[in-house]
Design a protein around this ligand. Sequence first.
Ligand code: EPZ
Length: 417
Amino acid sequence: MKKIIINGGKRLSGKIKIDGSKNAALALIPASLLTKDVVTLENVPDISDIHEMLDILNILNVSYEFIDNKLTIDSSRIINTPLIKKNIEKIRASYYFMGALLSLFQNVQIIAPGGCKIGNRPINYHLNGFRKMGINVNEMDNVFNMSYVILNNTTIKLPFPSVGATINLVLAAVKSDNIIIIDNISCEPEVNQVIDFLKSCGARIKKIGHNTLIIIGTAKLKGTTFKVMNDRIEAGTYCILAALLGDNLLIEGINKDHLNSLFTILDKVNADYFIKDNIAYFNKSNLNNPFEIETSPFPLFPTDLQQPICVLGSFLPGQSIIYENIYEDRIAHIKELNKMGADIKIFQNKIIINGRTPLFSNKLKAKDLRGGAALIIAALSAKGTSLIEGVNYIERGYPNIIQKLSNVGADIKMEDS
Ligand code: EPZ
């Protein structure tokens, strides 16, 4: 089993480069299939979730080449194979093959999606949206069978601006010869990437106002080359680390517009940084205020940074508060942080962090992706040598994290016993 060993307490300096967005790339891979042509995606992060998605392409007889973050996909010979192999339920984004294969073949058989254990994570918004479009949805033993003859022209109002449901419904609608309106869509940058990608393939998708999409089905979509945006959650994770330990630490590949909610918090806690072009420069910070955060859909504070920023709260005076409004069980990191000396309490979705509690090394266990990142930040900030298990979770979304941190002075290594 892989373990990460960290000898903490060191200041970090140098440059960390941000890779492509996991959550954009995971959606763009199934979206590429709609062209039944050759699509090249640039800036694709080399992480285990991407490789899980590529394994699914093999099942569908779709060829690909993935070298130096460039992914070329040829779906001209795609076959609508049932996606019921166990490994498919490892990741959440497998559900995008529902929309893609429904668009291509008007039917799909696929096992229910998995993903990090951070809450119940149902897919009812996806399924009810499919049904509204006229798609028959049946589920038996955790496998979905869906099919339709023709879609309805319809308007779907999402109960919540769900990232996954927005993307999945767009994928299902975009090749039909119908007009589908989706209201209360997610405005996350990753969703905009999928819409921009599909429009570059010839799709007719129009945004009306702030959160309504009109999709006028386009029978033929053509191949294209598309650059994946940088990962705003990877960037935010390293900026939180830089606020704690940076001393002339540069985070390159930042899109400030994607992280305004985080930078507002870093300003509040008196982090010493400035942003020029796409680089955030962090000097040694004298952190001196607590924060209060409500996790919410973009452009407000992202739930994916809730776990990393919990660590920052331990190093601030007074009481920092986080209301986790998106996932009811995104708290597995808190027990681990408290083992290190943190003083964090939870009341329903309210996380209370009593600050200025120095952290001490310990043996830790990551139980999900962003919680694992939080444990790395905590171990780097703590005195002594920590050991972190559950590395497989971290490898899902943080490319080359050991190398990136070693390059800026962290005493960190991976052991594979
Ligand atoms: C995407 O998950 C991301 N994952 C998540 O990132 C991210 O936290 C989330 O969006 C919110 O931004 C990927 O893109 C692969 P949602 P998704 O549908 O699409 C509930 C990470 O760490 N809901 O916006 O699953 C759901 O349970 C991961 O990179 C329903 O109730 O998120 C959650 O409480 C973690 N029914 C809320 O809505 C549904 O049908 C937001 O979910 C769908 C969602």
